[in-house]
Design a protein around this ligand. Sequence first.
Ligand SMILES: Cc1ncc(COP(=O)(O)O)c(C=O)c1O
Length: 344
Amino acid sequence: MLAKLEQIFQKRQYTNHGPLYTELNQLLESRSSLHHAYVSNGTISLQLLLKSLGCSGEVVTTPFSYVATTNAILWEGGTPVFADVDPKTCNADPEAVERAIGPNTKGLLLTHVYGIPCDVEALEKIAERHGIWLVFDAAHAFDVKFKGRSLYSYGTAASASYHATKIFHTVEGGGVYSKDQELMRAVRQGMNFGHTSPETFDRPGINAKNSEFHAAMGLCILPHMPDIIARRKALSECYDAQIPKGLSRPILPEETEYNYAYYPVFFQNQDALLQTKAALEQAGIGTRRYFYPSLNTLPYLSETQACPVSEELSSRVLCLPLYPDLSVLEQEYILDHLHRNFTE
Ligand SMILES: Cc1ncc(COP(=O)(O)O)c(C=O)c1O
């Protein structure tokens, strides 16, 4: 990292598509075999996509995601319509998605939650049948493959997050992935104030560029991704073998090459979750109610929409600590406290 920082200070180009930005962008393109626009975070990448594709109308979306998914729709002037999720994967149920589509639907914005692939083939068929766009919020899906293809390659486009909490990160950062050159042209202009040349503009763009410093961080981490994922896999398998039997887990579709981004567990009910979470906190173990609340219950939505499956799942899901530096001893400590404080 220090060598890269030196490079930046020698060149004295700190942002505006400098050499490190360009190198990282090209690497992310070649490893996905897609066009990629490296931007300043994963929320603005959602917004750039929604803006470019048009969302003034309804956007069918998932209630089981981080709040950024719904907020991006609202921020871009769209109306979120929630499709309930499949309890096995926590991802939007294609049948519920199809039922939620109406005459004002502009597109679908669905999350591969925890990096677990949505039913991409069914959803692509639905989008095609209705003549609408399909964007995946792939914030958690770095290096996930489904049927041998990057998960980013499904649908019209995908939005990635490279935030410091993600498995690959550039401190803050995000990415738009697509095969569609026209769409990428709109995104690239949109992320750079709408410039088409130094003195011409063809749309009201925004500043979503990212800096050389952020790109340097990404370039340092990228070569280590196979080791990072292998370590996460080993830790996840250790949890699988040792968590209390009464906890359940989402199910990964077949033919998925997973990235082990999170380790969510489901308690029998919210009371059991809250009791265990508090006891773990007492022991210095940080956990997160990821994802809670169910987004259809956000207080600023204009109307209430029921999604009983998502509401029920989000009330009893907890993510256990999972990061490559977690030591064997620390994981044993977590498992010990989990067992001590878990009641069937
Ligand atoms: C599903 C999902 N979408 C979007 C985002 C937003 O990404 P960022 O923090 O890079 O803006 C997040 C961040 O946690 C997320 O989990």
